[in-house]
Design a binder for this molecule. Structure first.
Ligand code: HEC
Length: 226
């Protein structure tokens, strides 16, 4: 490196040797480094979008979607015609549909541990629900057993039980019990009528908060075969 360029070589401060204006190289580097420290990084005419703006943009899109879904009235042509007759799809009470598929899911979660996923039960411990006269016929029988449980001696299909079924249904909603009963009454070759949530609500109101049924109590009120 020749003498002329020596002054511009920032990596090699030369302490003590005077520069052209009487500055020493060391002092020059010191002054420059202070200026350089306060300067921003060079930007090339664009910069990163701030994350807040990205977030606001997404939130706006989300809100717009919600607004459209709620206020477009299914994109019908009359949505903004103030004189159009108002006909909301959701008018009127929601009709309950007994759903055996939902019932199956609930059955697997609430009943299958004892009565088995196949409904076959465990002889001597948990009675079968397959082709059971207890399950068929009068729906109040199965609804009562699900809500309040049942304990005591009973003979089912020629096998003796002295079991203890807890009040599983107390924690379930009327609709959930209706789905379960509908499933149990239609699965595995059973062929009884579906059960409505209103029937469950009526039984729940009728029996109130009570302990488990004995098999005799259930049979007295609802004899098998009907
Ligand atoms: C903890 C085990 C257990 C659970 C969970 C259970 N049960 Fe039971 N269930 C029994 C036992 C034991 C009996 C017989 C009670 C007796 O011996 O008096 C019974 C009896 C029955 C009966 C009458 C007898 C028959 O075989 O038809 C029905 C109907 C029934 N259960 C349905 C259900 C349904 C539906 C569920 C889920 C909502 C359920 N059970 C959950 C143990 C259980």
């Amino acid at each position: 490196m020749n003498d002329r360029n020596r002054h511009y070589d920032r990596n090699r401060p030369r302490q003590g040797s005077p520069g052209p204006e009487g500055f020493s190289d060391g002092r020059l580097v010191e002054v420059h480094s202070q200026i350089a420290r306060d300067k921003q990084e060079p930007a090339q005419g664009f910069s990163m979008t701030p994350i807040l703006v990205v977030f606001l943009f997404c939130a706006l899109g989300f809100w717009a979607g919600l607004y459209l879904t709620r206020n477009s009235r299914g994109f019908s042509a009359s949505a903004f015609d103030l004189n159009a007759p108002v006909a909301f799809a959701s008018a009127g009470p929601v009709v309950f549909e007994p759903d055996a598929a939902k019932g199956q899911t609930l059955y697997l979660a609430n009943c299958a541990a004892c009565h088995q996923p196949t409904g076959a039960g465990v002889p001597g411990a948990f009675p079968p629900l397959v082709k059971s006269l207890w399950v068929a016929g009068d729906e109040k029988r199965i609804i009562k057993i699900i809500i309040a449980g049942m304990a005591g001696e009973v003979e089912i299909d020629g096998v003796k039980y002295n079991g203890n079924m807890p009040n599983v249904g107390v924690a379930l909603k009327d609709a959930q019990i209706a789905h379960i009963a509908t499933y149990v009454r239609s699965a595995w070759g059973n062929a009884a009528e579906p059960v409505m949530d209103a029937s469950v609500a009526a039984v729940r109101k009728e029996i109130g908060a009570r302990g488990q049924y004995s098999p005799k109590e259930v049979l007295d009120a609802h004899p098998l075969g009907n």
